[in-house]
Design a protein around this ligand. Sequence first.
Ligand code: AMP
Length: 514
Amino acid sequence: MPFNELGLSDKVLSAVTDAGYTEPTPIQAQAIPHVLARRDVLGLAQTGTGKTAAFVLPMLTLLEQGRARARMPRTLILEPTRELAAQVEENFVKYGKNHKLNVALLIGGVSFGDQDSKLLRGVDVLIATPGRLLDHVERGRLLLSGIEILVIDEADRMLDMGFIPDIERVCKLVPFTRQTLFFSATMPPEIQRLVSQFLSNPVQIEASRPSSTAANITQLLVACGREDHEKRDKLRDLIRGAENLQNGIIFCNRKRDVGVVHKSLQRHGFNVVALHGDMDQRSRMQALEQFRTGEATLLVASDVAARGLDIPAVSHVFNYDTPHHAEDYIHRIGRTGRAGRSGAAFTIVTHADVKSLAAIEKLIGNPIEWMNGQTLGDAPPREARSSSRGGERGGERGGERGEQRRGARPARRREERPQDERGHSERSHSHREEAPVAVASNVEELPRGNRPPRRERASAAPAPVETGPRPAPRAPVNPTTARRPQAERPHNDEPADTSHLPAFLLRPVKIKAG
Ligand code: AMP
């Protein structure tokens, strides 16, 4: 069905044409007519399916009638992270270019004053992260009683981040008669409860996980006998040998490893940026932009920092760590092979990852192939194995010996200090040691007194991913990986390496650096 049969306004259709989209994606084709008919919609979809436009386009059409009043926004979109909120705003700018609508972004890390003056002017579309939104409400600067459409996006991620009580609060503050559009990639019981409580007779739409996409993804396991430096060795080999590598995301399970791997790759001359919750908002956006524009070839990220971000055309995913949660594997590899392109996903597996790997293979319904047929049996466990590159071993504590070490950059690692940032919303159960103080990481907000403890995600298995035919795994070195050196970026609050400290030492006491 073409766009012009969905009931969208001429202004919207013209912007869609300008954006170069010819056909609606399945979720757009299914959702848009229902949104325009003012029905509540429950969309089971993740990013990459075109779900943002599925609500932005009909919202723009509906917003053509009526106007905003001071401090009473007409529509509200809740996003779990600042980056996602900013992405949605970009969509409104792109598709709303023929409209004169006021769009405001309420996210942390930005001054209250600027946000407040926007609210005062009257807002048609308010895009917010839950904490900052409620802060404005609590200050009496924002009324939610004029909301006509409420969008709750990435609900399962909201759950991961402990935002569900905030969402419940918001749902009670907006009028009972509002239209609710609710999107989640998975439906754990907590999310189901939310849906039955706050949606009214919703139309359920399921945009199948891009299993066709996954069919284009070559998935390979890479056996690794040791943790730490041998993993980084392996990672570099994989990057250098990656076939047709245009850009790649390297996923780590823990944010501290994001920092370690990022620095390690930089020392080895790779063109790499990092995305982790300890970076300030500006640095995060800058890193993301560098990666989006191709200025940086590689992005090292944690799941929480990267999930849902719209990074088009990633050719490779490298799982530096096997994800502890099987569904994270699907989210990670879903970053590549988009829109029919082929992609490759490599997962480094150590002996400690056997259980996680079994869970992943169970979830996707297929065994994943080992690269070059080498299994963990070929990679002896820790004590039996020596480094494959003696020269690299010296780097373990005092700084790796980079092949292209830049003079300006000290090889010695920064003096280790306890983590001075607030804690993080990365999966609490697997990252407990990383969150000495309870506040979200890549989440925008400061701690709110009533914020509940972060919860474990319930196990709701997404649809299986098909695995496809696998091309030859190895290829010659790709020159794009070692382009010009990465400029020094501001790392005001670069994470300290606290790997040597047990979690309980980090938690109650805040030790100052230096
Ligand atoms: P989303 O799932 O909303 O994150 O969108 C994923 C990507 O698909 C974004 O880069 C969109 O710009 C793009 N996109 C959205 N709708 C369409 C469409 N109808 N045709 C082609 N690309 C689209």
